[in-house]
Ligand binder design. Structure first.
Ligand SMILES: Nc1ncnc2c1ncn2[C@@H]1O[C@H](COP(=O)(O)OP(=O)(O)OP(=O)(O)O)[C@@H](O)[C@H]1O
Length: 921
């Protein structure tokens, strides 16, 4: 770090050398990384979820150093600190985690550290956290570095914060980290490692230190991120058909980074989200402001009504990186460093020049967020920096991406007055350049060749000519370093190489003379980095929001509301609707506590997966501040999202489908709670029908109890029957039109109740088609079985009792909604009347059914109570309340068994419902 009192810790190599990781130890100046390939498991059973196809979350290659430490216990507290050496940002976090350390791993995934520092004692014997990080190393694409415990000192951490955080932020940071002992120890370890292990230092008050509370974001585990294709398409990692690809209309690298981290950890703060919606609403309704922000002026619209524009935001380079390069104090000074410093100052100049158009574009903004961004871009923040730059750098200097242009800009960047000899060196540079051009022109005339002079950073000037020019002639020996590149020949001459050297020398001379002025300028700019970083963050936010606005202007999206109810009218799958050629059918979604567990049935290819995935994707979009593809949408704030959906390559090579499925589900069950959403697709396929159903029911039960919002797509129709009367459960299906006996038309429309098309399997087989006799026989068997089932079907008293209960709880929920909602007066009165009528009709129907069931139970003869029934009932009792018993015959169901199962299940769940609802009704 810069001069001044530093935490007084001497730094030596990690004392522990660990046999499996010999490269963990490092000496005072170097760290040896282990190769980033190969997965280590050391024969231990894995506690992590099975991997998805995407091994990493496609983070930009950045140098991020992270430290992790923990207090062990039943629910361990984990401290984390990340320092990004490319963007000059430090993030502290302290998490109360579970035994699976799911939140810790999630945080690590989001920040993708290149090195993870761990206290050396945690490696021998291995702590659980150490083992879990080790298991996930491949996904994280990180190296573990062991560090002696003495570097994890709280006082050192606090001193670092005091010295390095922006002066105006210090007090706020101290308050937010109060009591977060582990996070503070971690920042001490990271900064010590950077200082002594990597020989890099930050000047005083130059680091963007932030505290990220673990409660502030939605937790999405890596498997879910992969399977929902949030960041990367599973089939084709390069394709933009993923949520990030869809939403990423950003034009600055900062905006794109911000979007990525938002998708990985969506927000849970309703106020912040509403501020974003408001800003987005304003940008989408004020067309002029939107264009001015992104482009200055609209050039045209293309056929799809997409905007064709050159953007104002696009003028921004990667400011995070430029500012970080400016604040890092070099340990050595060289021509290369001066060259880079001049480049950085030129880029900074460009950044500062681009701020004013943003300020002007946002004139008249109404929303709090846009107004705040505008204030950051105000001239009183920018002018002092502009003046500093103008004092040293020529006004017409601009950044150029071509190496030759950039070298020219560098040579003429610093104003002449700062050093009298600068002009002399520049004159030499100019003359040598002219000589080089003249030399090549003369060569062309002498040898009758059309030569072109080109430039790259390695060869500097070289000559290029089309191979066809030579025909069967040989190239004169004056041309050296000749090689053919496709149809072109590239070469140099000795004279050109000498001139190259002369040009480089004079350029270096200019740089050396400019160095002092540039370094002094950088030191002065460092005093302004706090505001520069804030402007940079504002620009990133504006870029992200205007990227959302770009989508809203080209697609039919709606601004969501944040309420306790998940309600979507005409919602669409954001990615599928863009990629598929046929029209996408929109669907409605409605979920409250009383309809929290939704079983989705339907035949193959009817759109079950698409439907449940679209709900999860829309929820993520809403929680990052984007609008969603629907006509109306309201979402509850979710704190965790889980997806167990089938993906083509989601299963590890040596793990069976079933084992992987169970591991993923176990993970969900361990972590799910009331504030979570889970989408589960096709659970229990990997084993026998009977066991698969049994497991599916047991898991469904546990998920209902968790009170999370769950969408459960399944082929098990029995699951829908068994769970039907359970409080909080509803059955839905994706409709199919089978009126034409020969065809089966997918309607892709969600409808109430479990699927009723009894023989869609047969219908699909006709379409395939199967041989006629086989089909005929299958149809006969199916019809017989169905008749048998219908004969035996009866409704038990337990089911009726449960239906009554569910109806009353539904009524209660509707009344509470009415009380808290916006309906008033006559509208409310007529709505209540309707509610009352519906309730009475339904309750009367249940009462009628109850009377029938009571009389049936009296009429039941010994003959009807078959031996099968008796056996099934006894088996059930023997299982002490286990809720399942399903016949394993061809139909996979016997009516008596099913009714018995449902009875027993209902008795069991009614007791649970009573406990959960505290018998409120
Ligand atoms: N709402 C929709 N509108 C139009 N097409 C749709 C819709 N939903 C799904 N599809 C089309 O149907 C195909 C199958 O959808 P999906 O994979 O969701 O069905 P599924 O019921 O889950 O199938 P399976 O049970 O075989 O896994 C999709 O590839 C898509 O092309």
């Amino acid at each position: 770090m810069a001069s001044g009192r530093r935490p007084s810790t001497s730094f030596t190599s990690a004392s522990t050398s660990y046999p499996s990781y010999p490269s963990y130890s490092y000496n005072d100046t170097t760290t040896t990384s282990r190769p980033r390939t190969g997965r280590r498991n050391n024969g231990r059973p894995s506690t992590a979820r099975p991997r998805t196809g995407a091994s990493t979350l496609v983070a930009e290659a950045q140098q991020v150093i992270c430290a992790v430490s923990e207090s062990r216990g039943i629910s361990p507290t984990v401290g984390l600190a990340f320092v990004n050496l490319d963007t000059g940002e430090a993030v502290l976090s302290q998490i109360c985690d579970s035994q699976t350390y799911v939140r810790t791993i999630h945080k690590l995934m989001v920040y993708s550290p290149s090195e993870i520092l761990i206290v050396s004692t945690a490696a021998n014997p291995k702590s659980k956290l150490f083992s879990i990080i080790e298991e996930n190393l491949n996904d994280l694409n990180s190296n573990i570095v062991l560090l002696d415990r003495r570097y994890w000192a709280e006082t050192t951490g606090l001193e670092y914060i005091q010295q390095l955080a922006f002066a105006e932020d210090v007090e706020a940071i101290k308050i937010s980290i109060g009591g977060n002992y582990f996070a503070v120890c971690c920042i001490a370890a990271v900064l010590k490692y950077i200082e002594l292990g990597l020989s890099k230092t930050f000047p005083f008050h130059s680091l963007r230190i932030k505290y990220e509370p673990s409660e502030g974001s939605m937790m999405i585990d890596v498997s879910t991120i992969g399977s929902l294709e949030l960041i990367q398409n599973l089939q084709n990692p390069k394709s933009s058909d993923c949520l990030f690809g869809l939403l990423n209309q950003t034009v600055t690298p900062m905006g794109s980074r911000l979007l990525r981290s938002n998708i990985l950890q969506p927000l849970t703060n309703a106020d912040t989200l509403n501020t974003r919606y408001d800003a987005l609403e304003e940008l989408t309704t004020k067309e002029e402001m939107f264009f001015a922000t992104r482009q200055g002026k609209l050039l045209a619209r293309n056929l799809n009504a997409r905007l064709i524009c050159t953007t104002a935001l696009k003028a921004f380079l990667d400011v995070d990186k430029i500012l970080t390069a400016l604040i890092m104090i070099p340990t050595t000074s060289s021509v290369q460093h001066t060259e880079q410093s001049v480049n950085n100052v030129i880029m900074l100049k460009q950044f500062v020049n681009s701020i004013k158009p943003i300020f002007e574009a946002l004139t008249g903004s109404r929303s709090a967020m846009l107004e705040e961004i505008r204030q950051f871009c105000a001239s009183e923040n920018v002018e002092p920096i502009q003046e500093l730059i103008d004092g040293v750098i020529n006004g017409d200097t601009t950044f150029a991406s071509q190496p030759l242009d950039l070298r020219n800009q560098r040579t003429y960047a610093v104003k002449s007055g700062v050093n009298g000899l600068l002009d002399v060196a520049r004159q030499t540079y100019k003359e040598a350049m002219t000589d080089a051009y003249q030399h090549v022109t003369e060569l062309g005339q002498t040898h009758d060749l059309s030569l072109e002079m080109k430039f790259d950073n390695v060869r500097q000037f070289f000559i290029r000519l089309p191979a066809s020019e030579l025909e069967d002639r040989l190239l004169n020996p004056v041309f050296i370093n000749v090689f053919r590149k496709k149809n072109m020949i590239e070469c140099q001459t000795l004279d050109l190489m000498k001139l190259n050297q002369k040009i480089a020398d004079s350029h270096n001379e200019v740089l050396m003379m400019s160095a002092k002025a540039v370094q002094e300028l950088i030191v002065e700019i460092r005093g302004q980095t706090s505001i520069l970083f804030k402007i940079c963050e504002s620009v990133a936010m504006l870029d992200m929001i205007s990227s959302f606005a770009q989508l809203v202007t080209s697609q039919d999206y709606v601004g969501p509301q944040l309420t306790a109810t998940l309600a979507i009218k005409s919602g669409r799958h954001p990615i599928r609707e863009k990629v598929q050629t046929n029209k996408f059918i929109a669907n409605d979604v409605y979920a409250t506590q009383q309809t929290r567990f939704q079983i989705i049935t339907g035949c193959n290819m009817s759109g079950k997966s698409t439907y449940i995935r679209s709900i999860a994707l829309m929820s993520v979009m809403a929680q990052i501040g984007s609008f969603v593809p629907a006509q109306f949408a309201s979402f509850p704030i979710l704190h965790q999202l889980f997806a167990r959906v089938s993906t083509d390559d989601s299963i590890e090579a040596n793990v069976s489908t079933f084992a992987a499925e169970m591991r993923e589900t176990a993970f969900i069950l361990r972590n799910i709670d009331k504030r979570s959403m889970a989408i589960i697709d096709e659970l229990g396929r990997g084993t026998s029908t009977r066991d698969g159903l049994a497991i599916a029911v047991a898991i469904a039960e546990a998920l209902v109890e968790s009170r999370a919002l769950v969408w459960f797509a399944t082929h098990f129709r029995d699951l829908a029957n068994i769970m039907a009367e359970r409080n909080g459960v509803i059955n839905l299906h994706l409709a199919v039109d089978m009126t034409d006996g020969e065809a089966m038309t997918m309607l892709y429309k969600i409808a109430e109740g479990a699927v009723t098309e009894e023989h869609y399997g047969l219908a699909l087989a006709k379409v395939v088609p199967l041989p006629a006799q086989v089909l005929e026989h299958a149809t006969l068997v199916a019809t017989k079985l169905e008749q048998q089932v219908k004969r035996k079907k009866k409704t038990s008293l337990a089911i009726i009792h449960s239906r009554r209960r569910k109806l009353i709880l539904n009524l209660k929920e509707h009344l509470v909604q009415a009380q808290n909602g916006s309906m008033e007066g006559d509208v409310l009165r007529s709505w209540l009347n309707e509610l009352q009528k519906e309730f009475v009709i339904r309750m009367t129907a249940i009462d009628t059914e109850a009377r029938e069931a009571e009389s049936e139970s009296v009429d039941v003869t010994d003959e009807e109570s078959t031996a099968d029934d008796v056996e099934a009932r006894e088996q059930l009792r023997a299982r002490e309340g286990t809720v399942i018993s399903i016949s394993d015959d061809v139909a996979g169901e016997s009516a008596s068994d099913r009714t018995t199962t449902q009875d027993s299940h209902m008795e069991h769940s009614t007791v649970q419902d009573s406990v959960e609802d505290g018998d409120k009704c």
